[in-house]
Design a protein. Structure first.
Length: 154
């Protein structure tokens, strides 16, 4: 029985060490970290226990992950639809996502203008083909159709 307890303790320490190593590289959501550790160690129950402890100690936080992820994606010129979708894929709660994406319409419009300018320059598209190309790019980047229309035709 003592050997089993020591083996489980060692595994918990190994899981924690790997989790801390991954978190040192970048922030992770709980779901991301759980998936990586479960694939590596195969002990889902123990992984959840270790992650619960790390969360209580403040070493892993979906709030902190969401904040840094949104900031990173904004710097890269992505819009709210794309960021929301990516955060949902990573297991972030909808209320947390919405709290971090509440920039207001004008802030998103400025983000859209910057993304368009970086890709296409400052000049507005002259013909329908160029407008369609910009519209596809901006929608792919995750900007709502209403903002894209306002930018291109409004």
């Amino acid at each position: 029985m003592l050997a089993e307890e020591q083996a489980e303790q060692t595994s918990a320490l190994e899981i924690e060490a790997e989790a801390v190593r991954l978190l040192a590289q970048r922030e992770h959501s709980l779901r991301e970290l759980s998936g990586k550790l479960a694939r590596r160690f195969g002990r889902v129950d123990l992984v959840q226990q270790v992650l619960g402890d790390l969360e209580l100690r403040g070493l892993v936080s979906d709030e902190r992950f969401t904040e840094s992820y949104v900031a990173m994606r904004l710097r890269k010129g992505f819009g709210p639809l794309r960021i929301r979708s990516e955060l949902q894929e990573r297991g972030i709660d909808s209320a947390l996502i919405e709290a971090h994406l509440e920039l207001g319409g004008e802030a998103w419009m400025e983000q859209l203008r910057e993304a368009a300018a970086q890709r296409f320059g400052m000049e507005r598209p002259g013909d329908r083909a160029a407008q369609a190309k910009q519209a596809r790019f901006l929608q792919y980047r995750g900007f709502p159709e209403s903002l894209v229309r306002r930018y291109l035709w409004g």
